[in-house]
Design a binder for this molecule. Structure first.
Ligand code: SD4
Length: 325
């Protein structure tokens, strides 16, 4: 068993965040499967498990898939052990943590924030952009000002102890070199469908560690990190944002599904496209997650190591994605 696998298994067994009363197990590699159950929630990486649990609880409480998508990833935004999401995330090369997030529902409503500072829950700010402004995206200081105007608490700008320690170490060499599957690829992308087949999704990240100040990734870009269409399905992405933006990854997957591909076929085609449009592919990890209206799911990554959490009312399990290499 790989170290990563052992770690997941250990953290699962020790986790108090599993959905109470439902089966929580590894189901191994399992893609292109017809889950067929509604509601259905998928989210990226190990932290997807507690995030799914939070989303399912919220869905039971309010019945809103949008509420579920927001609440689910808020859990990750507060997770101090996660160095790629929320204000505890690793900073840019100037030592400043900046956040990107987006949210979308199946009727085309969407909102996002990019390069925003000092806001603990960028996903909620993205939702406020969607619901309270005539715009889709606010960035930087404008997004922060909007947060203030909307009564969001503004946090003190300081790195978490873990992030500070990592940044101090990084400054010794100051080399920008994303390492595939290591902590700078831990964005949470979540997609979900309620019992009536309504879809929504959310995506939130502190982006790549030690990025240039001002860099924005795929996560807040509608169509790149997230895309949802009630007529077809939903998709989200994780990994090197630049590679995903180049192919409009999530939009591409939804459009491929619209043309009849299964979610799995669509994710695989998106990875093929990404490989064809990006150089140095051995250093690039990107993974996609998708579902269609029938409750069929797909996942595929460039390299091994990508996994996701699959949640229904009765189960919440980790699944390993297949990969191109
Ligand atoms: C970004 N896509 O900012 C994000 C990073 C990521 O898992 O996905 N990490 O490029």
């Amino acid at each position: 068993m790989s170290e990563r696998r052992k770690f997941i298994k250990k953290s699962l067994l020790g986790s108090a965040l599993l959905v109470p009363g439902v089966s929580n197990a590894f189901v191994g590699r399992q893609t292109n499967q017809l889950i067929g159950e509604k509601p259905l929630i998928l989210s990226t990486w190990n932290h997807g498990l507690p995030a799914n649990a939070a989303a399912i609880s919220k869905l039971k409480e309010t019945g809103s898939i949008l509420d579920a998508m927001e609440t689910g990833v808020k859990d990750t935004e507060l997770d101090l052990s996660n160095l790629s999401v929320g204000l505890q995330g690793l900073p840019d090369r100037e030592g400043i943590t900046t956040l990107d997030a987006s949210i979308m529902t199946g009727d085309g409503s969407c909102g996002s924030v990019a390069f925003v500072r000092q806001v603990k829950h960028p996903i909620s700010l993205a939702r406020a952009v969607m619901e309270k402004t005539p715009h889709v995206m606010l960035a930087g200081e404008g997004a922060r000002q909007f947060a203030i105007a909307e009564g969001f608490p503004i946090e003190k700008e300081e790195l978490s102890p873990k992030a500070k320690e990592a940044y101090e170490k990084w400054k010794v060499t100051s080399q920008y070199k994303p390492v595939i599957n290591i902590e700078n690829h831990d964005t949470i992308g979540m997609i979900g469908m309620d019992k009536d087949g309504n879809l929504a999704g959310s995506c939130t990240t502190s982006g790549l560690a030690y990025k240039m100040h001002g860099r924005v990734g795929d996560s807040p870009i509608i169509g790149a990190g997230l895309y949802v269409d009630n007529e077809v399905g939903a998709a989200t992405a994780t990994g090197l944002g630049e590679s995903i933006i180049r192919i409009c990854g999530s939009f591409l997957i939804v459009e491929l599904m619209r043309q009849g591909r299964t979610p799995q076929e669509a994710c695989e085609e998106a990875v093929r496209r990404l490989i064809s449009k990006n150089k140095n592919i051995k250093d690039i990890q990107a993974g996609f997650l998708a579902m269609n209206k029938e409750g069929q799911i797909g996942a595929f990554a460039v390299h091994p190591g990508f996994n996701f959490a699959q949640g229904t009312l009765n189960s919440n399990v980790m699944v390993d994605s297949k990969s191109h290499f």
